[in-house]
Design a protein around this ligand. Structure first.
Ligand SMILES: NC(=O)c1ccc[n+]([C@@H]2O[C@H](COP(=O)([O-])OP(=O)(O)OC[C@H]3O[C@@H](n4cnc5c(N)ncnc54)[C@H](O)[C@@H]3O)[C@@H](O)[C@H]2O)c1
Length: 392
């Protein structure tokens, strides 16, 4: 079992962009990052409004001099300090991600960025090259992939417990935006505005989460081609979709689907993934993240539960089991596990420990690129009469 003893001799000095008061995702970044002494928050450009940034930053214990009016000032001022930031997390609306990531890498910082990483695959590739040239890590906060039972699924699939993989059904289909709530909700308003959200709404906002779950569970699977249909049931959201269905053909013959929706009326989250093999199937649901359904053909269904000794051993580099069986773990633990991985990757990069990086996964720049590629290909398909598009 994991405990919080120090893994690094010194926590990485960490800054944040966005994630200020009232933001949806800022608090979970901070609660996860500081859990295991990998990161210490010392600076921020937390809010688009400079005064609110200082007010909020000081309220969470940051030196007011290190609460900056914008990210460029933060990078410039922090670079002058001996104790300046080494890492930055970007938790702003989507349209800023690319420019902020680029500026951070150019300032020599490691980056943790929200999804979707940027608007185009070409921008994502540019960030990859920049990160390689600068020897920096980019992590993407696909925050559902830190759960122990997601890792268990990966290990079971890798060990052949399911047989040959035939079908992967993914979905993230909630009902919270079944009506035009953006009229009174700024956090939803930007999500349906193409100039801020980018070329898609639900595919990028939530579809990428379910897709990355599949990438973690079945890492060798490669998409060959896909077809997508997308709609705006709330017509004012057009051209951005509030519902989309995707069919995948994978290399080697497996097939799959993805349903991304915010108009699945009555549903809370409905993020689920079902992986079907020639011998058995696995199903995981983020509303019950401590359980994994394992169904072997001809046998009673089994519900595997986190923390038990019958599970595959957790990756020794990372603690995914924080408390013994019988206790619930949740989204904060999943995110803490991811931030833990980001910290290990950044430390390894700083030390030039390529062996660790080669034998260890985290949602890295490739995950960021693949999320953006998914969006790009789905739109190409949907907006051209639902045609099949190849996935080069
Ligand atoms: N990984 C996840 O599970 C998850 C969940 C929710 C949101 N997100 C992503 O996180 C990002 C933020 O989403 P949110 O729901 O928290 O948004 P939000 O609208 O609730 O909050 C955005 C925050 O960013 C600040 N901000 C905006 N522009 C800024 C700028 N130029 N400089 C500094 N601060 C700025 C705002 O003042 C606010 O504090 C989005 O990219 C979204 O896709 C990810």
């Amino acid at each position: 079992m994991f405990n919080e003893e120090k893994r690094l001799s010194k926590a990485l000095r960490w800054g944040m962009i966005g994630g200020g008061r009232g933001s949806q995702i800022g608090y979970i970044h901070r609660a996860a990052a500081e859990r295991d002494h990998f990161f210490q928050l010392v600076a921020g450009s937390f809010d688009i409004n400079p005064q609110k940034c200082v007010d909020f930053g000081t309220n969470i214990g940051i030196d007011p001099e290190r609460c900056y009016p914008d990210y460029r000032t933060m990078f410039a001022e922090e670079a002058k300090r001996k104790d300046g930031i080494q890492v930055v997390s970007i938790a702003t609306p989507n349209k800023f991600h690319y420019q902020m990531c680029k500026a951070a890498l150019q300032s020599g910082l490691h980056v943790i960025c929200e999804k979707p990483l940027c608007f185009t695959v070409s921008e994502a590739n540019e960030l990859k090259i920049l990160s390689e040239n600068r020897g920096r890590v980019i992590g993407i906060t696909y925050g559902y992939t830190g759960y122990q039972m997601v890792h268990q699924a990966r290990k079971m699939i890798e060990s052949g417990d399911l047989g040959d993989i035939r079908i992967i059904n993914m979905q993230f289909a909630h009902g919270w935006h079944s009506t035009e709530i953006e009229a009174n909700d700024p956090g939803t308003k930007w999500r349906v505005s193409p100039e801020i959200a980018g070329p898609s709404y639900v595919l990028g906002d939530i579809g990428t989460h379910a897709y990355y779950l599949a990438e973690v569970m079945v890492p060798n699977l490669k998409v060959k081609e896909l077809v997508c249909s997308r709609q705006s049931f709330i017509t004012s959201r057009a051209p951005l979709e509030d519902n989309a269905h995707v069919i995948f053909h994978f290399e080697g013959g497996a097939v799959g689907t993805l349903w991304a929706s915010c108009v699945n009326a009555g549903a809370i989250h409905e993020q689920k993934i079902r992986v079907v093999g020639s011998k058995a199937s696995l199903e995981w649901w983020d509303e019950h993240p401590n359980q994994l359904a394992y169904e072997v053909q001809g046998q009673p269904k089994q519900i595997l539960d986190r923390g038990h000794s019958y599970l595959y051993n957790a990756d020794p580099a990372v603690g995914v089991n924080r408390i013994g069986a019988g206790h619930a773990e949740g989204l904060f633990e999943s995110w803490a596990n991811l931030y833990h991985r980001f910290g290990l990757a950044m430390d390894a990069k700083n030390k030039g420990d390529q062996a660790l990086l080669d034998n260890f996964w985290y949602p890295d720049i490739h995950a960021g690129i693949e999320g953006v590629r998914l969006i790009e290909k789905c739109i190409e398909s949907a907006d051209n009469g639902c045609k099949w598009v190849s996935y080069d």
